[in-house]
Design a protein around this ligand. Sequence first.
Ligand code: HEM
Ligand SMILES: *[C@@H]1O[C@H](CO)[C@@H](O)[C@H](O)[C@H]1NC(C)=O
Ligand SMILES: *[C@@H]1O[C@H](CO)[C@@H](O)[C@H](O)[C@H]1NC(C)=O
Ligand SMILES: *[C@@H]1O[C@H](CO)[C@@H](O)[C@H](O)[C@H]1NC(C)=O
Length: 447
Amino acid sequence: MLTKTLITSLLLEGTLVAAFPNIAERLAAQKLVERIAPIAPFPEYPGSPAHALYDSFDASSQLVSTSGDNAYQAPGPGDIRGPCAGLNAAANHGYLPRDGIATSEAINTGLWDAYGLDKTATLFLQTATMFFDGDPLSGRWSIGYHSDLTQSVPIVGDILGNETGICAYGHLKTEGDASITRGDWLAPEMNSNCASYPVFAQELLDLAKNRTGGNITPQVLAEHSSNRKAYSVATNPNYFSPVYAGVAFTFGAHMFAYELLANHSAEYPRGFLTPEVFESFFGYTRDSNDNLVFTYGTERIPDNWYKRAADDAWTLEDILLSTAQQCLSYPSNCEVGGNTGEVNSFSGVDLGDITGGLVNSVTDLSDPARMGCFISQAIQADVPSFLDNVFNGAVLQEVLGMIDTTLIPALQGLGECPNLPAGKSVMQYGSTYPGVKAMMSGTRNPY
Ligand code: HEM
Ligand SMILES: *[C@@H]1O[C@H](CO)[C@@H](O)[C@H](O)[C@H]1NC(C)=O
Ligand SMILES: *[C@@H]1O[C@H](CO)[C@@H](O)[C@H](O)[C@H]1NC(C)=O
Ligand SMILES: *[C@@H]1O[C@H](CO)[C@@H](O)[C@H](O)[C@H]1NC(C)=O
């Protein structure tokens, strides 16, 4: 559990620097080379401070198998892949079901075996995602667009539900705008939220080249995330950033790209992420002119790749800490709201209003404990309104009943949050924005 002391020490640069003098030197050096310095530098090693000191490597337990049952195989007809590089690569190597339909057992064991993502994180992600994008009765959800295979029982009329999956019409639930390389769902162009766009991947590689000489680091990813949000505000009249998908999840994915995809070695026990490893995990190859080419569904775990160590796992607490650290370094990343139908028309919602006073400013969100309760509150407000779009009748009543028995217990990992006020759902606080429409099928609004 996050203590007030830990939080304070993480956030006051002075304390962090006093505790870890080697970081102080690196931060100082970093400030000199940064062209546009963030308000407070994003940490070189985000999450719990213990990661910054981690110094062990064990080749045999960290090598991830890419042979036998775990051999790479591109998806076959009917197999689903989507916006998540990590889930796609896991499915292509049999760490998740190769058909792209996630189950709780597969998520909890597969993401640990392949990447060292801790159970505190997988339990939370699995539960939130099955409520938002899948079937809470069976725990199944699609790692891409809609699939009939997630339903517990075959669809009869529309009474048994029609789950969205994590991309396409799953937009605004888990999937949000300004992703690392995916498009914005309601942008005028480049608007697949399932597929990756080379222009955004190239921007990340260029930024890494400018900042580190080539390797992708958490600081590079944090800056890319800020660039991507600025790009969406400037180009997408319907850009919208809700609490969970926009402030928390998209940034969480930016951190996953380093924390879970970096290669490890005795020399680099805290990981290093080369452009080549990034391209393999993201399904990229090069054409004869050396330009990036994305091929849908071909995300691949490289051979001879070493995951993070078991005693240095990435946890739900790390997700909260790094998401809060984002709000200190890049406050505009943490604004909730969107464009109002024209580019560069971003209008933020009143955080105090949507949270019943839990959070009153973006600065409040640099407190990880408050960030945890902010996310928990948003999920509790969003889930019923989204379930209502997907299910009907007796099935709706049953899945709504599971909020208390199944969802709320899985949110405990976000913090205790006593006397949490009821929050507003994105469908309420976003109702006047063109980027917030509950579309389940058909022509995507507002086009
Ligand atoms: C249950 C677990 C997970 C769920 C539900 C999930 C879901 C998603 C979703 C919905 C997106 C799109 C986010 C956006 O709109 O920006 C995404 C992106 C991403 N995820 Fe995951 N993910 C999970 C686990 C992982 C793991 C284990 C990894 C790494 C090993 C990972 C790496 C990424 C990356 C790098 C992206 C960004 C892709 C891009 O923008 O091009 N995720 N994930
Ligand atoms: C279910 O939703 C998908 C989009 O998520 C849509 O393409 C499909 O037509 C829907 N099916 C039914 C039976 O409504
Ligand atoms: C990288 O640096 C070059 C040269 O200063 C600049 O033109 C380019 O915009 C930078 N790219 C990114 C993504 O920061
Ligand atoms: C990971 O790092 C080790 C040690 O430097 C190296 O031998 C291996 O080739 C790297 N793997 C990849 C996929 O780059």
